[in-house]
Write a protein that binds this ligand. Structure first.
Ligand SMILES: [Zn+2]
Length: 293
């Protein structure tokens, strides 16, 4: 794979050699910009959305096979829903819903979302869906995710998320179950997590992955893997929209079609419009009947 300029839109795994610690580092630029261009969010919503996108990217490596992972918060505040989704083949999408007219002067997680919960959902294709839910009651999204890992997998995890108008970034380290000396393993973890604490937002936003990791961990033996490219891509399609119409039921959809003539459905993620004429609807529900033009 050719080297990527400034790590834009990539996820990289790394390991600390001769320890039980693994990590992930991500920067999203074009994909983040593409997503922001579709919806007009206020600045503080964009920043929080960026953190959710970076977070789901960091978590996406937990999908071993094809499928989807979602990080979603629902709250009672001005933001009612914020979600970011990543597929195993590194496609990102997401959305924020709420009353953005009431956001003046609000910026913290609690101000924006009110009383909220955070759900992490893994949907491996053809396998059972898994969902973990934790309260969104810390000052930072990263702390809530750290608690999620602690609660659901008993894996000590540290996460740093930062975003600005141009990019969304994240760095995660995780202590895997120790394969040997418990005491050494604990010391390694303490040292590496203390070093991570010194990473500033500026560094996350402006240094390459290599430079961030060198700045933090140059005294450790660290192996950085090749970057995986991330991109914004919506998984909607005409076929999926047809399936959604079918699931609404013949009676309701035929009625709607008779009322409106043309049924127009816009994807909430990418605004793609799908149009269904009365003939399309009839064909959808009665595929055996020949179409008369
Ligand atoms: Zn779409």
């Amino acid at each position: 794979m050719p080297p990527m300029k400034n790590n834009n839109d990539s996820l990289q795994r790394f390991i600390f050699e001769s320890t039980d610690i693994r990590g992930e580092i991500t920067t999203l630029s074009s994909s983040y910009q593409d997503l922001l261009a579709l919806q007009k969010y206020p600045p503080q919503v964009e920043l929080l959305f960026g953190e959710f996108l970076a977070a789901v990217t960091l978590l996406s490596s937990r999908l071993k096979h094809s499928g989807m992972i979602t990080v979603q918060a629902r709250g009672s505040g001005p933001i009612t829903t914020i979600m970011a989704e990543c597929s195993q083949d590194n496609k990102l999408r997401g959305i924020v819903r709420g009353d953005f007219d009431t956001l003046d002067g609000l910026s913290t997680l609690q101000e924006l979302l009110g009383k909220a919960t955070l759900a992490i959902t893994l949907e491996p294709e053809g396998k059972e869906r898994y969902q973990g839910v934790v309260p969104l009651d810390e000052a930072q999204l990263s702390s809530c995710l750290e608690f999620y890992f602690y609660q659901s997998e008993q894996l000590p995890t540290k996460i740093k998320l930062t975003s600005d108008a141009n990019s969304a970034t994240g760095l995660l380290i995780q202590q895997l179950p120790s394969s040997g000396d418990q005491e050494k393993s604990q010391e390694d973890w303490q040292r590496v997590s203390n070093l991570l604490e010194t990473l500033s937002s500026e560094e996350q936003l402006h240094l390459s992955h290599n430079d961030q990791l060198y700045r933090l961990f140059h005294e450790q033996d660290l192996l950085l893997f090749e970057p995986t490219e991330m991109q914004f891509s919506c998984s909607c399609s005409r076929q999926r929209t047809e399936n959604a119409l079918l699931s609404l039921g013949r009676k309701d959809v035929l009625e709607l079609s008779a009322e409106q003539g043309l049924i127009m459905i816009n994807c909430q993620f990418c605004s793609q419009e799908y149009r269904f004429t009365a003939a399309d609807v009839k064909q959808l529900f009665d595929p055996s009947e020949p179409l008369l033009h």
